[in-house]
Write a protein that binds this ligand. Structure first.
Ligand SMILES: *[C@@H]1O[C@H](CO)[C@@H](O)[C@H](O)[C@H]1NC(C)=O
Ligand SMILES: *[C@@H]1O[C@H](CO)[C@@H](O)[C@H](O)[C@H]1NC(C)=O
Ligand SMILES: *[C@@H]1O[C@H](CO)[C@@H](O)[C@H](O)[C@H]1NC(C)=O
Ligand SMILES: *[C@@H]1O[C@H](CO)[C@@H](O)[C@H](O)[C@H]1NC(C)=O
Ligand SMILES: [Zn+2]
Length: 446
């Protein structure tokens, strides 16, 4: 009896609130005084497995090409292309039996890298700093959401206005700002280094490394780092795909693309969208695929922001170095990705890349490979560095695949314990790139 009465009583006692109690027939507008919006659904990867398969003959290559075409329960990291290739595939729980059966039916040699991907994701989310943490608490033992990174950069700009300036490329598809910093110690006639990070949302180590670079440039006690910091200006954008990055915190940890809507699926792979030999290879025309190149070259808001920023600033700020941060696979790559054709300064980039990889080996023992994108990872077109080098003619152009190794069991879900070592080895090798390019005369002003 009491149970039945209570709601009626409540409405009767506080009649002024009655209007905000909506029923289905009321047709209240969503979000109108209904309190906090409902939590959005979160993707789960319980008992999702990660397989690494080896394609030992053409039958295997074709088998996995067909499988990728047919099944969206299997997410491929890369495409089946060549005999001898190792391919990493994420298989959702309800397809595990079928997939395993397929491997045995065709005698595909394989390893299971992970049996329950969600455990890794849960652990990774536990290593995210709370949203309430203040900007002075940013560190490299936890991951940070976009707002925290932006507040931290603002704090730096306030603390050291003579050195740090906030930059803003404009807003993303969903209206978030794409913000970065300029670090300049006031030396005249120096060239600039541009750092693009986080174009692929799930590669969390990239924004974390970008903030590490900013911190080192400003605060390193090492005289050699200080000299490098001062002999260039730095334009650093930790997350050029803020919609995607945000979605990896509240939505799907494995999201890669931007969040533009195309029919039943969302997202363009921004690193396939740049207008230089666009869509010629290694990209998909299907908005439901992870490497969708978009409806046309440079179609995406975020791509346009990056293009405009670089077109406006490459001459005036003398940008001679372009660095893009990605994960994983431990590679230091240079253009091109769209073709095996060698860039005009291939020999220099190859030599510099090898020295950068050696620096990492000396420092941490980690093995990074270096080479052109086309020859080290896989052919792909519409990438930002092909455009930066081929169109804008920025001579020193590298893109990193940071930790873990190519056969990583964690894929993009790098443990927070590895942020600091991953970022510091990347920073050391960036130092090598800049110093070596300097020795080779790339930063001389004519
Ligand atoms: C399966 O592959 C292994 C080596 O890859 C080979 O030794 C074996 O004979 C194959 N078995 C069948 C049934 O094809
Ligand atoms: C492909 O390789 C597997 C494993 O080595 C082997 O069992 C199978 O017979 C091969 N198929 C063809 C058509 O060569
Ligand atoms: C910078 O370049 C300008 C124009 O070439 C020149 O006049 C000036 O002396 C240079 N400053 C320094 C510190 O080298
Ligand atoms: C991009 O390339 C893919 C694969 O070749 C093709 O299916 C698609 O139609 C292309 N997109 C456009 C807009 O031409
Ligand atoms: Zn990437």
């Amino acid at each position: 009896m009491l149970l039945w009465c209570t709601p009626l009583l409540l409405i009767w006692i506080i009649p002024s609130r009655a209007a905000s109690f909506c029923t289905k027939s009321d047709q209240c507008p969503i979000g109108d005084n209904l309190g906090p919006p409902p939590a959005i659904a979160e993707a789960r990867y319980d008992h999702t497995r990660i397989y690494q398969v080896e394609l030992s003959n053409q039958t295997h290559v074709e088998l996995f090409q067909k499988l990728e075409e047919a099944s969206d329960s299997c997410s491929f990291m890369g495409h089946a292309r060549a005999v001898g290739q190792k391919l990493t595939i994420m298989v959702t729980s309800h397809k595990v039996a079928d997939f395993d059966d397929l491997l045995h039916s065709y005698n595909v040699s394989h390893r299971i890298l992970n049996y329950n991907f969600q455990e890794l994701i849960d652990e990774n989310y536990r290593d995210v700093a709370p949203e309430s943490s203040g900007p002075e608490q940013l560190n490299w033992k936890q991951y940070f959401p976009l707002e925290s990174i932006y507040k931290w950069m603002e704090m730096l700009a306030q603390q050291r206005p003579e050195v740090v300036t906030m930059l803003d490329m404009g807003t993303s598809t969903q209206g978030l700002p794409i913000r970065g910093v300029r670090i300049a110690f006031g030396r005249e006639n120096v060239t600039s280094v541009f750092v693009e990070s986080g174009i692929h949302a799930r590669e969390w180590i990239a924004p974390a490394t970008a903030t590490y670079i900013i911190d080192q440039l400003l605060n390193s006690p090492d005289p050699r780092v200080q000299e490098m910091a001062r002999s260039h200006n730095w334009l650093i954008f930790p997350s050029v795909n803020p919609d995607g990055y945000r979605y990896t915190f509240k939505g799907d940890r494995m999201w890669r693309k931007n969040r533009a809507l195309f029919g039943i699926c969302r997202g363009v792979d921004l690193n396939r969208n740049f207008p230089f030999h666009w869509n010629v290879t290694g990209a998909s025309g299907d908005p439901c695929r992870y490497d969708y190149s978009g409806p046309s070259a440079g179609s995406e808001v975020e791509t346009q922001r990056i293009i405009k920023f670089l077109e406006d600033n490459t001459q005036t700020h003398r940008i001679r170095t372009f660095i893009a941060l990605h994960s994983y696979s431990q590679l230091i790559m240079f253009p091109y990705g769209h073709s095996p054709k060698r860039v005009e300064n291939y020999a220099d980039l190859k030599a510099i890349g090898q020295l950068a990889a050696q620096r990492i080996k000396d420092l941490s023992g980690r093995i990074y490979k270096s080479g052109s994108i086309y020859e080290t990872i896989y052919p792909s077109s519409g990438g930002s560095k092909d455009w930066a080098h081929g169109h804008l003619q920025i001579p020193i152009t590298f893109s990193y695949e940071l930790r873990g190794p190519p056969d990583s069991e964690q894929l993009f879900i790098l443990s927070a314990k590895e942020i600091e070592p991953a970022a510091s080895e990347a920073f050391a090798s960036l130092q090598t790139i800049v110093e070596e390019a300097g020795k080779r005369g790339y930063y001389q002003l004519i």
